[in-house]
Write a protein that binds this ligand. Structure first.
Ligand SMILES: [Fe+2]
Length: 299
């Protein structure tokens, strides 16, 4: 078996509004416009174009909306088909999914994670409902759904212990992911399904598509997002990790669920720039669509 590799790693946030706005046949509600979220929709269109030039045979997604109390869980059933409903926005997202799982790779990542001292569980319930964070990220990044995925849950170390300890577990999980991809000979696309700043409005306008109600929650949130984007452009992901605990705390960031740290670790903490396809707000949160393409290894 030839050595596998990560062909790209992405920040791929999961506001259900973005799926709603594009009216895919799988989603039951119908949107009439998309004016409020154009920067992000354009960002995802740009990411999709870029991914057409890359070859990958599996998508690995770390999702904040499959929250597991004890350890890191992995989907362990080859096929899932059901209706996914966003619990907060059922008016926008009721998505009929039909997806395949690369169980062999999932088991390999779980084994590597176990070797690094992490608690893991394979999720073997065939009636399990796949969370909307996974579905949304995958659909917005690669809407053809013609390759298998691996899904990793969001364990709770940040919440039960500290941001610093949570990051330590996610660094180990990222290393485990990379090691398994390489050993199993896969060409993998990685998706970190996470927003950046995450303070959000608690009222929904009558028309969710009205752009006048859409803006970042406050300047503090925007300042943190701009700082993170600046470090992404500069290829200084080591500094992002150094500031991650404060970023999480001060911007109420969804990165507290670990996806971003996992991604940076799996990419070996990039020292090259990430390409920012788009940045924008949904219900006041800050979201960036970003792609890192690891340099080719010398043969
Ligand atoms: Fe979320």
């Amino acid at each position: 078996m030839s050595k596998g590799k990560i062909v790209a790693g992405c920040l791929s946030p999961h506001p259900p509004h973005l799926v709603y706005a594009t009216n895919p046949e799988q989603n039951e509600p119908e949107a009439t416009g998309s004016g409020a979220w154009e920067p992000l929709l354009n960002g995802y269109a740009s990411l999709q174009e870029s991914l057409k030039n890359k070859e990958f045979d599996v998508i690995i997604v770390h999702t904040p909306h499959w929250k597991t109390v004890v350890g890191h869980h992995f989907l362990g059933v080859p096929h899932f088909k059901d209706l996914s409903v966003d619990p907060i926005f059922p008016n926008l997202f009721r998505f009929n999914y039909d997806l395949n799982v690369d169980v062999e790779l999932a088991e390999a990542i779980a084994a590597e994670a176990g070797d690094r001292g992490l608690e893991t569980t394979m999720m073997r319930n065939p009636d399990f409902r796949v969370d909307y964070g996974t579905i949304t990220s995958c659909h917005l990044s690669y809407p053809t759904w013609d390759i298998p995925i691996v899904v990793i849950s969001s364990s709770r170390p940040y919440f039960y212990f500290s941001n610093e300890y949570g990051d330590a577990e996610m660094l180990a999980l990222g290393e485990a992911t990379r090691a398994a991809v390489e050993k199993m000979g896969r060409k993998a696309l990685l998706l970190a399904s996470t927003s950046l700043s995450h303070r959000h409005f608690t009222d929904e306008p009558e028309d969710p598509e009205d752009p006048q109600f859409e803006s970042i929650y406050n300047p503090n949130q925007l300042a943190w997002d701009e700082r993170i984007l600046q470090m992404i452009r500069a290829g200084d992901c080591k500094q992002i990790l150094a500031e991650m605990p404060d970023f999480i705390e001060q911007s109420i960031s969804e990165c507290k669920d670990g996806s971003f740290t996992w991604l940076l670790s799996a990419l070996e903490v990039p020292t090259y720039p990430g390409h920012i396809h788009g940045y924008g707000s949904v219900i006041g949160t800050g979201n960036a669509v970003v792609e890192w393409t690891p340099p080719e290894e010398p043969s």
